[in-house]
Write a protein that binds this ligand. Sequence first.
Ligand code: NAD
Length: 332
Amino acid sequence: MRVTFFSAKPYDREFFDRLNADVGFELMYYETHLGPHIVNAVENSAAICAFVNDKLDAGVLRVLAEKGVKYIALRCAGFNNLDLEAAKQYGMRVCRVPAYSPEAVAEHALAMILTLNRKTHKAYNRVREQNFALNGLMGFNIHGKTVGIVGTGNIGQAFARIMSGFGCTLLATDIRENDELKALGVRYVPLQHLLAQSDVISLHCPLLESTKHLINEASLQQMKPGVMIINTSRGGLIDTPAVIAGLRTKRIGSLGIDVYEQEEKLFFRDLSHTILNDDTIQLLMSFPNVLVTGHQAFFTEEALEQIARTTLSSLSRLEQGQAPENPAALLV
Ligand code: NAD
């Protein structure tokens, strides 16, 4: 079976080519993202493998279905970029990688917290210029602080375990409560309570209609002044103009984002020789208390290996008329 990849980078090819040795698919890679501009290039391919910023709306899925595509494999956990109803209508099977090294993302959230708090990125540059002064580098002890976790699925759980090791009070909100986390000391509270009590808020819920712009002007008003907000989930969870206003009024003490609502045109590319056509991210990056990373929370060797292994296994099983090994991998 031919599998056509979109948004494929050299590191994707490395892991997929290696693990495909056991499966024997014909893998075809496009570096461009999937969208109306390229969908007609798909030929003789029963399967598509797509990533977070590939656009799989009804129009694109219709063309893919006409071209005989039967399987869509998302090599990521989130699936907000795919129209599930349309996929169902066109009789396609869609799978994803529900849990690939949740620790990778949880550890990146921690890296953002520690960097923003202890300003190691600034200290690194300072000492290189023989400036050993400490002014402006003061942080706070994470021990004893209240950390609010929005969404305690795979990643939120891993994050809760890490933060419990720091000796934090842990609050969480989720539509499903996790008994193991409760035993660890996590207290489930309504979102409003979490927003009002937390010194650090970390977002780990999916982007849905109900979670879009969860962080907005009104929710910011409920937070402690000086709160740290971390988003490694999806950019759309945050209303960016509201957050910029919150940074200006100092309601937000620091912000770490690995995802950005308009990231499609920016992330996963080297744009160092161009002038960015996005004033909002330029403004965000100019704040000294904002840390932006380009959707790299998942980017560990372990995660990439697991993504490739799970994706190839699910496609192979779907081709043989079987469900993926993990039921949560099958979306349609
Ligand atoms: P998951 O499905 O295991 O967990 C999501 C949790 O959010 C579930 O427990 C769900 O009940 C909960 N939830 C749903 N609606 C909610 C709401 N309104 N309020 C609070 N909780 C709610 O997913 P996961 O594997 O933990 O991943 C979480 C998100 O992380 C994904 O949706 C994806 O967008 C993002 N992600 C980002 C990266 C990255 O590299 N930055 C990598 C992987 C995943």
